[in-house]
Design a protein around this ligand. Sequence first.
Ligand code: ATP
Ligand code: MG
Length: 132
Amino acid sequence: MKEQTLALIKPCAIAKHYQGLIIHDILEAGFEIKAMKMLHLTTEEARAFYVVHKEKDFYEPLIKFMTSGSIIALILEKQNAIADYRQLMGKTDPKSALEGTLRKKYAVNTRHNAVHGSDSLENAKKEIAFFF
Ligand code: ATP
Ligand code: MG
């Protein structure tokens, strides 16, 4: 059965003009783009989106980063979309990401890591509702 996931292209990737390459790689990997929009998160919105990390030491710098520029939000659809998009993204730290993954190709470091993807069916539903 087809599944949907929420993807974000983060400010660092947009600043480097990687959004076209990232969308190309997503389509090449067999995902259908069901919705897409560019927006600039407010601090309140970014805090709410990453609320699960609010006790972490990287939380405030993450909020600063995610509000530092525009992002692109996408609803991606295919069979097994959530796990397959996590695989296409690669590990959080690009140094550990496999060759060919989005983070290996387009990320700078663990914080400035180019893309986001939902990590479970429950979170995909929540995150899609958050943006669309
Ligand atoms: P995302 O949720 O963005 O898809 P992820 O699931 O791989 O990434 P999480 O553990 O959910 O990683 O962390 C959310 C985001 O917080 C990361 O993508 C990264 O931008 C930032 N982050 C996570 N760990 C660190 C860290 N140790 N130092 C700096 N930033 C971090
Ligand atoms: Mg995550």
